[in-house]
Design a protein around this ligand. Structure first.
Ligand code: NAP
Length: 287
């Protein structure tokens, strides 16, 4: 028996154990995927424990994606660029870090929305860890320009400064949040990505949109990384205004599928994983 798990805090609502175990079972592998709730104080010991021969690796989620980088032996190029990991693989006692959010984000954009970012203009709401992965992904995919708008402007400015070297062929800038900034940035864009937690079910801002919705125009794609609920207030308004919409569940599944491939060397059954996640979400909604 081998072990995988997700490291984070709190972990009560993580979908990863459901959809990763479904993939493992589908392929008949002798692996158990567990939830490993871990506080800041316990992180170093938890990561050290991943070196055990029976452990294949782990996913790492909020709030440890940045801190865990200092605890591994090797960091993959993408994880280094983003400045955060979400996957650790145990290679005979040596821990290697990856960031599969980048690949997950792009696969959902291309496969589920049919959107190729090459030559397109994007606006990003938010400047946290997810926004960093999205900016790296869009730069790699050849976006022409990316404008980052965040509640705390200093954080957006730091993201832009940190990722400037990744944006070789992309104009990357930051604007302070405000009606005029949103209108100016979104009016000329092809893609708006919500990388804030505004609109998440169960949060104080669950009925809010991170962006004034009257700036959304028909023909653009609005992509919300939130997957609880499936349709956030932002997506509902965008749909109503004639924009194309994409929620965060496909990205969650594809980042997990890429982690699965890294740990097992096997292609992950993404359809099985999606069905397991949707079942878990439906059961949660029925409780
Ligand atoms: P994070 O590092 O904590 O960043 C949170 C972001 O949300 C920051 O930009 C923050 O702005 C902004 N924010 C929070 N409350 C706000 C409010 N009331 N008004 C305006 N802005 C607010 O979190 P993260 O890891 O980047 O994750 C962000 C979201 O993406 C979460 O909802 C997460 O679930 C989702 N996500 C989804 C996937 C997926 O696979 N679908 C993957 C990763 C993340 P300040 O800087 O001003 O605080």
């Amino acid at each position: 028996m081998r072990y995988l798990g997700v490291i984070g805090h709190p972990l009560k609502r993580s979908l990863s154990p459901f959809f990763q175990q479904a993939a493992i079972d589908q392929l008949g592998l002798d692996i158990v995927y567990e939830a490993w709730p871990t506080t800041e104080e316990g992180l170093a010991a938890r990561v050290k424990g991943l070196r055990a021969p029976a452990v294949l690796g782990a996913n790492v989620t909020i709030p440890h994606k940045e801190a865990a980088l200092a605890l591994v032996d090797e960091v993959d190029d993408l994880a280094r660029k983003v400045g955060a990991l979400n996957t650790i693989a145990n290679r005979e006692g040596l821990l290697r870090a990856y960031n599969t959010d980048v690949a997950g984000f792009l696969r959902a954009l291309r496969d589920d929305a049919g959107f190729d970012p090459a030559g397109r203009r994007a606006v990003i709401a938010g400047a946290g860890g997810a926004a960093r992965a999205v900016v790296v992904a869009l730069c790699q995919a050849g976006a022409t320009s990316i404008t980052v708008i965040n509640r705390t402007p200093e954080r957006a400015a730091k993201l832009v400064a940190d990722l400037r070297s990744v944006a070789e062929h992309t104009v990357l800038d930051a604007l302070s949040a405000g009606g005029a900034a949103w209108a100016a940035a979104v009016s000329g864009c092809d893609l708006l990505v919500n990388c804030t937690s505004v609109g998440s079910a169960g949060s104080a801002e669950e009925s809010e949109s991170p962006v004034p919705v009257d700036v959304i125009h028909p023909g653009m794609l609005v992509y919300d990384l939130i997957y609880r609920p499936a349709e956030t207030p932002l997506l509902a308004a965008a749909r109503g205004r004639g924009a194309q919409v994409l929620g965060g569940l496909p990205m969650l599944i594809y980042q997990g599928a890429e982690s699965f491939r890294i740990w097992t060397g096997r292609e992950a059954p993404a359809g099985i994983m999606l069905a397991a996640a949707q079942k878990a979400l439906a059961e949660e909604a029925g409780r």
